[in-house]
Design a protein around this ligand. Sequence first.
Ligand SMILES: NC(=O)c1ccc[n+]([C@@H]2O[C@H](COP(=O)([O-])OP(=O)(O)OC[C@H]3O[C@@H](n4cnc5c(N)ncnc54)[C@H](O)[C@@H]3O)[C@@H](O)[C@H]2O)c1
Length: 267
Amino acid sequence: MPDSEDNVVPDGYASNLFDLTGRTAVVTGGGSGLGAAIAIGYAQVGVKVALLDVNVEGMKATQSSISSQGGVAEIFECDVTSKSALEQTSEKILKKFSSVDILVNSAGAAFRCPAEDFPEDKLDFILNLNLKGTYLAGQVFGNIMLKQGKGNIINIASIGGFNAYPLASAYNASKGGVVQLTRSFALEWGTRGVRVNGIGPTLMDSPLTKKGAATSSVTADFIKSRMLRDRLGLPRELIGAAIFLASDASELVNGHTIMCDDGYLIA
Ligand SMILES: NC(=O)c1ccc[n+]([C@@H]2O[C@H](COP(=O)([O-])OP(=O)(O)OC[C@H]3O[C@@H](n4cnc5c(N)ncnc54)[C@H](O)[C@@H]3O)[C@@H](O)[C@H]2O)c1
């Protein structure tokens, strides 16, 4: 039996654990694929969403889905690889929403090429966007959360951040970096109310995968042959993890990347 008040589970405690009503989320890459699905999912549970992307048409489509379902979303055109652009955008977001409770870093890209021939400009592009962009957005919005004394950051990593697959050396390195960045930010900010976690998806049915599959099927075939079920993940299948990590239900989870990989990494 519990021997102190802290060890009691108060009546109704579990019913509000996942409640995100009225919170504000910034979703980078919210104009497409996984970011768009997570943004729509958040809006469905009462989160006000700031979409942040270079893809204005994509953000308009996400915004339109959210508004047609009765949710709230605003569009902010911004390049996550520029700290000054992120700072200016964060000021606009704060004017609109007054707080930033959740940041989802989903802006990212892939380029497939044998490691021995990987072009330097593509190496810079992938590391700059996937790793530096995640770092900078985390730093800029993390500072706002530190001032607030609370906030949740969720970085979209990948199975490639843990296991290598072919023709993706820069991508895998960038996502390994995101996994370690997640731990590092969590370690420095965990005592100040800001939790930092990640989601590690398997191969997903998104525009990114379709673009990559058009240039090479080697990577997709390698991953698919190791997947437990014969289907790609759906962007909406990440919404549950995104809600969990943003909510009080994950209070003790910090610095971890939760795999949404249909078991890909277990064997
Ligand atoms: N699709 C998959 O199979 C898969 C698997 C694991 C992880 N991921 C990761 O999930 C994230 C989202 O992937 P997706 O499949 O939704 O890709 P996507 O191409 O559908 O969407 C990526 C979005 O990022 C935006 N973006 C690109 N550069 C930007 C910049 N400089 N500033 C702001 N926004 C920028 C794009 O405009 C686009 O809207 C990426 O980080 C990706 O690495 C994807």
